[in-house]
Ligand binder design. Structure first.
Ligand code: C5P
Length: 311
């Protein structure tokens, strides 16, 4: 293929953010990870990743959070593209471009979403035709949340969070996300969780019957009451001001509130798009969070939106 034609080929994939409706953390494993039982929901807040054949591997970022995303070899989307090239023996470097709308280091898996999007985009660009299971396996090597961002919807995660099982769920839910300054480091939040629980018996993590029943019924009140996160105490211990964020959202009438993953974003469930807008306005007015966003869930996982093309 001529270099002019190569330069015009590209593929674009968008991938969602996530919230953990429930996150049960088991004991620390010998490999440093923790066994989890988690219920993921994909949220309608997306990053978009475009891959374009290039002379050298590179990554660039645009969007409101661009300045906070690394553009060196540590970038997870770049690592995803390189890993897929290695596994499939493709010898075609790509320029990875990320348009970032998911807050960085917020507990909403934005980096994992970019990795999932980069995997799928390269799979299309190179026409390697990986099966869904093969892609999920490669995704798991990149991070515990990456397989779910490929799958989307609502799923139960076990192992480190990378083993997915379907869950019977109905309904569409309206969320308000209160994003705080100063991301929490995921390993530090897990370490704080271990510290707070030291000496205590940690049961084998399992999804709660209340959560599974709430999802089956599609009832926002029941889901709000069933939200729970074992990392919440640790996130609040490292960032006590999150307590004020949680209390404000509940005071303003949210059906439930939860620290998202390892934080510091706090996710509030409401029962309509009007209620979400009201909560958004009220929380913004209090100034307890740097930024307040709305998102619906569940939504699809990573999806190709364009390409490969030669436009
Ligand atoms: O898999 P991921 O790269 O997202 O994990 C980031 C860090 O979070 C890990 O290095 C580990 O410290 C912690 N973690 C954990 N147990 C999990 C998932 C993540 O301890 N199940």
């Amino acid at each position: 293929m001529s270099s002019a034609a190569t330069a015009r080929r590209s593929a674009t994939v968008r991938a969602p953010a996530k919230v953990n409706l429930e996150l049960k953390v088991g004991p620390r494993r010998p490999d440093g990870f923790h066994d989890l039982a988690t219920v993921y929901m994909a949220l309608g807040l997306h990053d978009e990743v475009t891959v374009i054949p290039a002379d050298e591997w590179s990554v660039s970022v645009t969007g409101p959070y661009a300045a906070r995303v690394p553009t060196d070899e540590s970038n997870l989307a770049l690592r995803a593209a390189r890993l897929l090239a290695t596994v499939t023996s493709v010898d075609e470097p790509v320029a990875v471009h990320i348009h970032k709308e998911i807050p960085v280091a917020g507990g909403m898996a934005g980096g994992s979403a970019d990795a999932a999007a980069a995997l799928l985009a390269c799979d299309h660009l190179w026409s390697v035709g990986m099966s869904r299971d093969e892609l999920l396996e490669i995704a798991a090597e990149l991070g515990s949340d990456v397989p779910f961002l490929l799958a989307g919807g609502i799923a139960v995660g076990s192992g480190r969070g990378e083993k997915l099982a379907p869950v019977l769920a109905r309904g569409s839910y309206h969320w308000v996300l209160a994003v705080s300054d100063g991301g929490l480091s995921t390993p530090e939040v897990y370490a704080e969780c271990d510290r707070l629980r030291s000496g205590q018996e940690t049961p084998t993590p399992e999804p709660s019957p209340e959560m599974l029943a709430a999802l089956r019924s599609g009832d926002a009140d029941a889901l709000g009451a069933a939200l729970s996160n074992d990392l919440s105490d640790a996130a609040l211990s490292l960032k006590p001001e999150l307590g004020e964020v949680l209390a404000s959202g509940l005071e303003f009438g949210a059906k439930g509130g939860i620290v998202s993953g390892s934080g510091p974003t706090v996710a509030f469930l409401t029962d309509s798009s009007e209620a979400a807008l009201d909560l958004c306005v009220s929380l913004t007015a209090t100034g307890v969070a740097r930024e307040v966003k709305r998102a619906k869930g569940p939504v699809h996982g990573a999806q190709v939106v364009a390409g490969p093309s030669r436009t």
